[in-house]
Design a binder for this molecule. Structure first.
Ligand code: SF4
Length: 195
């Protein structure tokens, strides 16, 4: 939202923790991708991962699109092509995800996968990979397409962009700047600075 509301401040401090977390995510993403390729999966080129919507104001890219690979049990189990998403989590969040599932524990990631499926027009179940960044354990599961969820979040994103473009700063979605996701948010200084 802040990217639309006002440009990034030139002297805005660098969020070292956020940068480190992003680098950690890239490391684990590359590592899991290598393992999936070694298992026989073929990834589409990077340009196949990107989408633009809402007149170009809503942009994103999936971590991967898998176009081919082994299918020992037939299409009842693996349907190509499919989107791949990979997240590195701390041990607490990893265990919570394994116990409670994506929708309950990380609704923002569930929303993200649905939006990617809708905008990339790839409705086969997403392969979601989670890595325990503390132990390197991995969890892989399918996330089926939920058209209702995709529509809901698409409408929500369009409304936020329209309101912000019109100069209306919507209420914060979270209550504590010291907790996730605010403490890792690149806009935390502007969002909470005057509070
Ligand atoms: S600091 Fe928190 S409430 Fe503000 S934009 Fe970031 S995530 Fe949203």
């Amino acid at each position: 939202m802040y990217d639309y509301y006002e440009p990034k401040l030139a002297d805005e401090p660098i969020n070292v923790a956020l940068n480190a977390a992003i680098e950690r995510g890239h490391y684990f993403e590359a590592r899991v991708r290598e393992q999936l390729v070694a298992a026989g999966l073929t990834f589409a080129p990077p340009q196949a991962l990107e989408f633009k919507a809402v007149n170009g104001d809503l942009r994103g890219h999936a971590d991967g699109v898998v176009i081919a690979g082994p299918n020992p049990l037939g299409s009842a189990y693996v349907n190509y092509p499919f989107i791949w998403e990979c997240k590195a989590l701390n041990a607490k969040n990893y265990r919570a995800l394994a116990r409670n599932g994506l929708e309950k524990e990380f609704p923002r990631y569930a929303a993200q996968t649905s939006l990617y499926q809708a905008y990339l027009n790839l409705h086969n179940p997403v392969l979601f990979s989670a890595v325990n960044a503390d132990t390197c354990e991995q969890l892989h599961f399918w996330v089926p397409f939920d058209a209702e969820r995709a529509q809901l979040w698409s409408d929500r994103a369009a409304n936020i962009i329209a309101a912000t473009r019109a100069g209306e700063l919507l209420p914060r979605a979270y209550k504590d700047p010291g907790k996730f996701p605010c403490k890792m948010c690149p806009h935390v200084e502007r969002c909470w600075g005057s509070s």
